[in-house]
Design a protein around this ligand. Structure first.
Ligand code: SF4
Length: 435
C-alpha cells in the first residue's frame, strides 16, 4: 500500500508592532499543529496570512498594495487561501471581502484561536467578535529564535488615547493568570531561552492575583532566565513600587520604554494621555534616582493636531532635557474611528516632516553622545545571533538594550559574554570580547 503525506505551507507577513509579531508566532503555533510549515516566499505557500496594523496610514497602504500583488498568484492557483488578520481586519471586517474578493478569511487579534476552524470552512469567514475569554487561552507559540522570547501577559487597553485605535481593535484590558505566564516562562527556560520580554499595551496596569511588580517577582525566581524585559509601560501607571522592583530584582534589565508622545502638557491633554510633562519628568527623576545607569527610550508624535510652535518647542526642550537613550518618532497620522481624527488644527505634511526631522536630528546627537560615553567600558551582553548589517559579525545587547556588534563565532550565540566597547555609533556599539 502506498501512503502519501502532503505537508501544507504557510507564509505569514507581519506589519506593525511587537504585539503583532508575537500574534504571528501564535498563528504559526496553531498552524504547525494543523500540519503546516512556515515558508519565506508566498509563492511556496498554500495559505498566506497578512497580519495587519492600522496604527499609521503608511502601514495600511503598504498592506493593501501587497494584497493587490497577490491577486495574480491566486488567479493562477485558485486553491491558494488568503487570510487577513490583525487590526485592519478587526476594524474593516466584512468590508475587506467586498473590497478584495480574492480574500478568503478575515479575523481580528481577539480571534486567533479560531484559525483552525476557519481553515476547515471553504471561504468568506469573518471573525471579529470581542472575545472576553482571550486572557484564559493558552495558545501554542512557534518561536524561531532560541535565545529571546516574547510572552503576552495581557491583552487590550483601557486608556483611549485620542489618536489610538488599539482599544477599539484589541478590546478592553484583560490580564493572563500569573500562573499561566509563570508556566510558559518556565517552559522557555527549560528549552534554553535566556531572555523574556513581557508584552502588553500597558504592562504597568497588569492585574490578576498579583500586580505587575508581583508578576516580575514571580518571573524573577525562574532559574535559567537571565534577563527580563517588558513593553510597553504607560507613564500614568508607573508606580514607585514598580521602580523599586526594577531596582531590586536582579534579572530585570535596566531599561524602560516609556512613551512621552509630547513635551507639551496641553497636547498631552488633547491626546488624553493622563499625565502632564511635569508628572512624566518626576517619574524619570525617580527612575534615575533608583537606577542611575537606567536607559530610557520613548515614543514621540510630531505634529499632532493643533500643535503650535510653542508646543513643538516644549517637545524639543523635553528631548534635550531628559536625554533619552533612543526615540521612536513618527509624524502624526490621524486614524479613522479615533477622536483625534475629528479634531481641528491639522498641520501640513511639510510642517510635520520638518518637525520630525529636527527631533530625530537632535536625538541622533544625544544617542551618539550616550554611546560614546560607553567607549572603554566592559559590558555584559547576551549574544543573539549574526548581525543583520554585517554577516561577519555577531550581535547582542547590553542589559540597557544597546546593540553591540563584535567579531565572534556561532558558538557564542545564546551566551552571556563580556565585551569591551571600542567604538560608538549613533544606533549601535562595536565591541571586542574580553575574558
Ligand atoms: S496606552 Fe494609549 S497609545 Fe497605548 S495602546 Fe492604549 S490607547 Fe493606544
Amino acid at each position: 500500500m502506498l501512503f502519501s503525506f502532503m505537508k501544507k505551507h504557510v507564509y505569514i507577513t507581519t506589519f506593525g508592532c511587537q504585539m503583532n509579531v508575537h500574534d504571528s508566532e501564535k498563528m504559526a503555533g496553531i498552524l504547525e499543529q494543523e500540519g503546516y510549515s512556515l515558508r519565506d516566499n508566498p509563492k511556496d505557500a498554500d495559505l498566506i496570512i497578512f497580519n495587519t496594523c492600522s496604527i499609521r496610514q503608511k502601514a495600511e497602504q503598504k498592506f493593501y498594495s501587497e494584497l493587490g500583488r497577490i491577486k495574480s498568484l491566486k488567479k493562477r492557483r485558485p486553491d491558494l487561501k488568503i487570510a487577513v488578520a490583525g487590526c485592519i481586519a478587526q476594524q474593516q471586517g466584512r468590508a475587506i471581502l467586498k473590497k478584495v474578493p480574492h480574500v478568503d478569511y478575515v479575523f481580528g487579534p481577539q480571534n486567533i484561536h479560531m484559525l483552525s476552524d476557519m481553515l476547515r470552512t471553504n471561504k468568506d469567514v469573518v471573525a471579529v467578535d470581542d472575545n472576553p475569554e482571550i486572557a484564559e487561552l493558552d495558545l501554542p507559540v512557534s518561536r524561531k529564535e532560541g535565545v529571546r522570547a516574547w510572552v503576552s501577559i495581557m491583552y487590550g487597553c483601557n486608556n483611549f488615547c485620542s489618536y489610538c485605535i488599539v482599544p477599539y481593535t484589541r478590546g478592553r484590558e484583560r490580564s493572563r493568570p500569573s500562573e499561566n505566564i509563570y508556566r510558559e516562562v518556565a517552559g522557555l527556560a527549560s528549552n534554553g531561552f535566556k531572555e523574556v520580554t513581557l508584552l502588553g499595551q500597558n504592562v504597568n496596569s497588569y492585574r490578576s492575583d498579583v500586580d505587575f511588580s508581583g508578576l516580575l517577582k514571580k518571573i524573577n525566581s525562574i532559574e535559567g532566565i537571565d534577563r527580563i524585559r517588558f513593553v510597553t509601560s504607560h507613564p500614568h501607571d508607573l508606580s514607585d513600587d514598580l521602580i523599586i522592583s526594577m531596582k531590586e530584582l536582579d534579572r530585570v534589565c535596566e531599561h524602560i520604554h516609556l512613551p512621552l508622545q509630547s513635551g507639551s502638557s496641553r497636547i498631552l491633554e488633547l491626546m488624553n494621555r493622563g499625565y502632564t510633562y511635569e508628572d512624566y519628568r518626576r517619574k524619570v527623576e525617580r527612575l534615575k534616582d533608583a537606577i542611575p545607569h537606567i536607559s530610557i527610550t520613548t515614543d514621540i508624535i510630531a505634529g499632532f493636531h493643533g500643535e503650535t510652535d510653542n508646543d513643538y518647542m516644549a517637545t524639543i526642550n523635553a528631548v534635550n532635557d531628559i536625554e533619552f537613550d533612543g526615540i521612536f518618532a513618527f509624524k502624526f497620522s490621524p486614524r479613522p474611528g479615533t477622536r483625534a481624527a475629528n479634531m481641528e488644527g491639522q498641520l501640513s505634511d511639510e510642517i510635520k516632516s520638518e518637525r520630525l526631522s529636527e527631533i530625530l536630528e537632535i536625538q541622533d546627537k544625544i544617542s551618539f553622545m550616550k554611546n560614546e560615553a560607553l567607549r572603554g567600558s566592559v559590558q555584559e551582553i547576551l549574544v543573539e545571533g549574526v548581525s543583520e548589517t554585517d554577516k561577519g559579525k555577531l550581535t547582542g545587547r547590553t542589559r540597557t538594550n544597546k546593540i553591540v556588534n563584535f567579531r565572534g563565532t556561532d558558538v557564542h550565540v545564546g551566551q552571556m559574554l563580556y565585551v569591551e566597547i571600542v567604538e560608538a555609533r549613533r544606533h549601535s556599539l562595536e565591541g571586542r570580547p574580553v575574558r
